[in-house]
Design a protein around this ligand. Structure first.
Ligand code: ATP
Length: 238
């Protein structure tokens, strides 16, 4: 028996004024999966994520989470339901400390385990613990990515949407970020990962989708896409 579908996009279209950025995307994410969405710069990957979390209006089609339409719902409302995004560019609160940023992530929660979860985030990212009282704006890009991911985990996501977490980072930091993505997934969080680093993203993925000019052009198990000649020539530089 297959795991249940947590997130489903059907016929999703998104436009910026007259420009169609997403032209009818079909995509699903099942419970427990790590799904990667890859594609060139400008293919419409970020726009797809923004449409899921209500940052960009849906022009046509459906976005369903847990079997219900979530069109028009705001980001906070979705966080409360376990659908949490780490945006491109991280969006950390630069004038707040690491601890304050992490506390903001738990903003929608009413339970008493916030402190314990913060300890868990610190285990995942020891660097954040070392810098706990430092202002987020003084940290490196990689550290801020860690913080953004840590903050998202503080909301106890059921589904985590990651927009280009490796972008602009040093090779060592890229390794670290992909390790943590895998770790988060192993701990039971369902992940939709948007990446330009196709090779790394497909290595981790149960399934992958390739996006070109606003449409899904290929999909399949991560390993299968990695071996696909079209993927290899277009995205892996072969
Ligand atoms: P990237 O890796 O650069 O984020 P992407 O695959 O995520 O690429 P999008 O950012 O979703 O692509 O962009 C899809 C298309 O929409 C591109 O043609 C882009 O120029 C356009 N676009 C994105 N944001 C805006 C905006 N705010 N206003 C107008 N056009 C936009």
């Amino acid at each position: 028996q297959q795991a249940s579908v947590l997130l489903r996009l059907s016929g999703l279209k998104v436009a910026y004024g007259g420009i169609q950025a997403v032209k009818g995307v079909e995509l699903e994410v099942r419970e427990g999966e790590l799904v990667s969405l890859i594609g060139a710069n400008g293919a419409g990957k970020s726009t797809t994520l923004k449409a899921i979390t209500g940052l960009q209006p849906v022009a046509m089609g459906e976005v369903q989470y847990l079997g219900r339409s979530i069109k028009g719902q705001g980001a906070w409302e979705l966080v409360e339901q376990g659908l949490v995004m780490v945006p491109e560019g991280r969006g950390t609160f630069t004038r707040m400390t690491i601890i304050e940023n992490l506390q903001m992530g738990a903003y929608t929660r009413r339970d008493a385990e916030v402190q314990a979860d913060m300890e868990r985030v610190f285990e995942l990212f020891p660097r954040l613990k070392e810098r706990a009282r430092q202002l987020a704006g003084t940290m490196s890009g990689g550290e801020q990515q860690m913080l953004a991911m840590g903050r998202a985990l503080m909301a106890r996501p059921r589904v985590l949407l990651l927009d280009e977490p490796s972008m602009g980072l040093s090779p060592i930091m890229v390794d670290k970020i992909f390790e943590v993505v895998q770790d988060i997934h192993r701990r039971g969080v369902t992940v939709l990962l948007v990446e330009q680093n196709a090779s790394r993203a497909l290595q981790l993925a149960d399934r992958g989708y390739v996006m070109e000019s606003g449409l899904i052009t290929l999909q399949g198990p991560g390993r299968q896409l990695l071996a696909d000649p079209k993927v290899r020539s277009a995205y892996l530089g072969e």
